[in-house]
Design a protein around this ligand. Structure first.
Ligand code: GRF
Length: 217
């Protein structure tokens, strides 16, 4: 866990596609002048448009094509080698669409943070918006959490919610959830730069300075 110091908080961001969460994070970091360094953006998908955006912004943009790897462990080992070059304080999974191996998650436990498009523990995995609509829930959203080895689980840091209206389809609902994602992830990242998020030995998350870990759109 980063401690109060003059040292900038180093982030490595992992993406797989569009990268709008990564973009929002980078822009907020720059606009608000955080004491942070976005050390690298890494994508497992060489065609990720988010990678082009990161390159244009002059960020270290690395493509590590997961389709070349025959095993998850081999890919994760190379990913880990790439990440360790930057000695990040935190690794942010911002739309990183790959399951990570047990050993990878164990190695970075407490540093690895994911954004998932549902109010966990509801709707882990894929197709969260259609599953939310099908189930008839009236509330849906996103979760930012420390990553544990089980899929889409781990100590929850913050959540953002929105209504599910009767007229919603996957497009309208996912657009609203994305807007709330764009509030939650940068807020959590800012708190991390200020050492205002603590994970204790019982895996309980403490948010300091009375920040509200619940966001609404
Ligand atoms: C987001 O909804 C994120 O929660 C999910 O995939 C989507 C990625 O969007 N894991 P983007 O690449 O950040 O635009």
């Amino acid at each position: 866990m980063a401690k109060y110091s003059n040292k900038k908080c180093r982030f490595v961001i992992l993406i797989s596609g569009r990268g709008s969460n990564m973009q929002k994070l980078v822009e907020t970091c720059n606009n608000e002048n955080w004491s942070a360094d976005i050390s690298a953006v890494i994508s497992n998908n060489p065609k990720a448009t988010g990678l082009d955006w990161a390159k244009e912004k002059g960020l270290n943009s690395i493509s590590l094509d997961s389709s070349y790897y025959s095993s998850r462990d081999e890919f994760d080992r190379d990913l880990s080698i790439e990440i360790d070059k930057y000695s990040p304080d935190y690794i942010l999974l911002a739309g990183f669409m790959r399951i990570l191996s047990y050993s990878f998650v164990k190695k970075y436990y407490g540093k690895l943070i994911n954004i998932h498009p549902s109010l966990l523990p509801a709707f882990p995995g894929l197709n969260t918006h259609s599953n939310a609509i099908k189930s008839g829930v009236r509330i849906h959203g996103c979760t930012v959490h420390f990553v544990s080895p089980e899929l889409d689980s781990g100590p929850i840091i913050a959540q953002g919610y929105t209504n599910v209206f009767s007229y919603d389809d996957v497009k309208t609902l996912s657009e609203r959830v994305l807007k709330v994602e764009h509030k939650v992830l940068p807020s959590v990242a800012r708190w991390l730069t200020l050492s205002e998020i603590m994970l204790d030995e019982q895996d309980k998350v403490m948010i300091l300075n009375n920040h509200n870990g619940l966001f609404y759109l």
